[in-house]
Design a protein around this ligand. Structure first.
Ligand code: HEM
Length: 173
């Protein structure tokens, strides 16, 4: 029995994209909370939210990165798709590093209701790099069609069920 659906998902329903929604959403919330602290809206509550959201984002990043890595391993090396996906991986690891350093620098103050300037700037830089990485991830999916089946004639009942689809021939050139 093939167990790779546990880390790759199934054809038509890959695991990495939905996990990226949770990760990017949580980091976006942390960044907004940081901005709210700095502009003086709900200052201490927003600083605590910043700290907690960054922790949650970093935890969710683990399965997100692992599922992305599992898909990346299947791409033929040296192809334009591989280069784009590798640039995406580097950007996302860099963004994660910025968020990690930000929380390392600001966690205890954040939980006490204050956000140090350095940790805030690191969060903004992390968010910028995350956006670039998301753009590159979008190219991997929407330009190269990685993991996209595009079975426009597929009956709805089959499209929503985890039945075998001819994914390999279509997506992983
Ligand atoms: C942890 C942070 C990461 C985030 C937030 C993230 C985000 C994204 C986004 C937004 C997409 C486009 C999917 C869509 O629009 O639905 C994507 C696709 C992709 N990412 Fe990531 N990514 C992360 C880490 C990684 C890593 C570490 C790798 C590789 C080692 C990777 C490899 C891929 C691949 C191969 C795709 C193509 C779609 C797929 O295989 O499911 N990602 N990623």
């Amino acid at each position: 029995m093939k167990l790779d659906f546990l880390y790759r998902g199934t054809p038509g329903h890959p695991l990495h994209p939905p996990l990226t929604d949770a990760t990017i959403g949580t980091y976006t919330f942390a960044t907004i909370a940081g901005v709210l602290t700095k502009v003086g809206i709900a200052e201490s509550e927003a600083a605590r939210s910043w700290a907690l959201a960054l922790i949650v984002g970093l935890v969710v990043s683990v399965p997100t990165a692992l599922t992305g890595f599992a898909d990346w391993l299947r791409i033929a090396r040296g192809t334009p798709l591989w280069r784009t996906a590798t640039a995406h991986m580097i950007a996302m690891l860099l963004a994660t590093a910025f968020f990690l350093i930000a929380i390392g620098a600001g966690y205890s103050d954040g939980i006490d209701g204050a956000l140090p300037d350095g940790a805030f700037i690191l969060t903004l830089v992390g968010f910028l790099v995350l956006t670039v990485g998301g753009w590159l991830g979008g190219s991997v999916v929407f330009n190269y069609g990685m993991r996209v089946l595009n079975l426009v004639e597929e009956p709805a009942s089959r499209a929503v069920s985890p039945v075998p689809h001819p994914e390999e021939e279509i997506a992983e050139k």
